[in-house]
Design a protein around this ligand. Structure first.
Ligand SMILES: Nc1nc2c(ncn2[C@@H]2O[C@H](COP(=O)(O)OP(=O)(O)OP(=O)(O)O)[C@@H](O)[C@H]2O)c(=O)[nH]1
Length: 389
């Protein structure tokens, strides 16, 4: 318990590495509002805030975020020129934060990074996720996306869903581990679909559900939490360790049906989630590394190739629970952006079942399956059956 009598979020104190929460969301969705809310709550965490400086006058952003916030509410407030958080300087950001927490041992509990509203949060999330936490002292806690309930549907539809605005909005939702569907106070009720017998609350709930459906169709598989002015239980946002292997293993054991969704334009799946499953096979870990390399690097966003699909598919996020030859426990593989890593889960192996969940754009099941099949080490049945959703 701290001097304010507040209990720190438990998972942020158990692990010595300092958790980093990336806050993303399109322009004006409520990112600063959320940070301000976190800074004013009694959670007992000593926070470092990294803010994207939107204007040439950096003081504007800081003033907005720290409005009504006492000087003790945060350990340090860092502002970076617009774009830097999500551009090539992201490694510098990781290094700078690493140096900062080392220079103040025991004085920082958690770091909040506000990504630019116009940026893809994937690369910055990857820069925190892959760094060896023992070396940097940092660990990616989760990616939180704020969606403006009033405008998000039009952003997603922009340019028939294919404009840069639509792409960025989709990516922010797809990469997120949690979504705050914010500004629901401005949604109003839909006059065209209003049932005169329904109460105001029921009509509002319908509007919220309609927006939630659009987010699912856009490939969002995170939990969606409707909010007004980002009022939300902070203990459910910070210290969640969304990338911990045990957390991931649990999400594999009972995937929600809405995990498998797609946003279709004509014949192609524009943005969505696709699962490739195998039964009665075990994979070779070295060959699997190679297969992921092929999918993420040769066919990924940074080095697009036309080898597998035309236009190339984009894998934004991948989670897999895999039976690996000779291992008693299944392995978890995760990718963020173009980086991936593996670890042993707590799930027993032996049934030969492996699930690979891909989230991205223009995903092509045949190409994904063909690439993964090259990594099969042992075929326990003559013709492995499989299902794809
Ligand atoms: N009515 C209403 N207004 C909100 C809500 N949340 C935020 N706002 C307002 O929306 C505006 C934008 O909120 P910010 O928190 O600055 O949004 P942001 O995502 O940080 O904006 P950028 O930094 O420009 O990307 C501000 O005027 C907020 O006061 C909400 O739930 N309801």
């Amino acid at each position: 318990m701290d001097s304010n009598g507040a209990e720190p979020c438990p998972s942020t104190t158990e692990n010595k590495a300092i958790g980093v929460t990336i806050i993303t969301g399109f322009l004006g969705s409520g990112k600063s509002t959320l940070i301000r809310r976190i800074l004013t709550e009694q959670h007992g965490l000593r926070l470092v805030v990294v803010e994207n400086e939107f204007s040439a006058k950096g003081t504007v952003e800081e003033a907005i975020v720290t409005q009504g916030v006492g000087p003790d509410a945060f350990e340090q407030f860092i502002q970076l020129p617009n774009g830097c958080i999500c551009c090539a300087a992201q490694d510098d950001l990781t290094d700078a934060l690493s140096r900062l927490i080392r220079s103040r041992p025991g004085q920082v509990d958690h770091i909040l990074v506000e990504a630019s509203g116009l940026a893809d949060p994937g690369p910055v999330a990857a820069s925190f996720w892959v760094d060896d936490e023992l070396e940097t002292g940092l660990i990616l806690d989760s990616v939180v996306a704020i969606a403006d309930a009033v405008n998000i549907q039009s952003y997603l539809r922009d340019g028939d869903g294919m404009s840069e605005k639509a792409r960025i909005t989709q990516k922010q939702l797809v990469v997120a581990d949690q979504v705050l569907l914010n500004k629901i106070d401005l949604l109003g009720t839909d006059p065209q679909n209003s049932d005169p017998a329904a109460s105001e609350e029921e009509r509002m709930a319908k509007r919220v559900s309609a927006v939630e459906r659009s987010l699912r169709e856009a490939g969002c598989s995170a939990s969606i939490n409707p909010t007004k002015r980002c009022i939300f239980d902070i203990s459910k946002l910070l210290g969640v360790r969304a990338y911990d292997y045990d957390t991931s293993a649990r999400s594999f054991s009972a995937p929600a049906p809405e995990k498998f969704s797609q946003h279709v334009h004509g014949e192609k799946m524009a943005v969505g989630t696709l699962t490739v499953s195998f039964e009665k096979v075990a994979f070779d870990s070295t060959l699997l590394d190679r297969a992921f390399g092929e999918l993420l690097w040769e066919n990924g966003e940074s080095e697009p190739s036309h080898a597998i699909a035309e236009p190339p598919m984009e894998i934004w996020r991948m989670k897999a629970l895999v039976e690996v030859e000779g291992e008693q426990r299944k392995w978890i593989y995760q990718s963020v952006h173009t980086l991936f890593e593996s670890s042993v889960s707590s799930v027993d192996a032996a049934d030969g079942v492996s699930h690979f969940i891909f989230i991205g754009k223009l995903l092509e099941s045949t190409a994904l399956r063909a690439c993964l099949e090259k990594a099969i080490a042992v075929n326990l049945a003559p013709s492995p059956s499989s299902w794809i959703k």
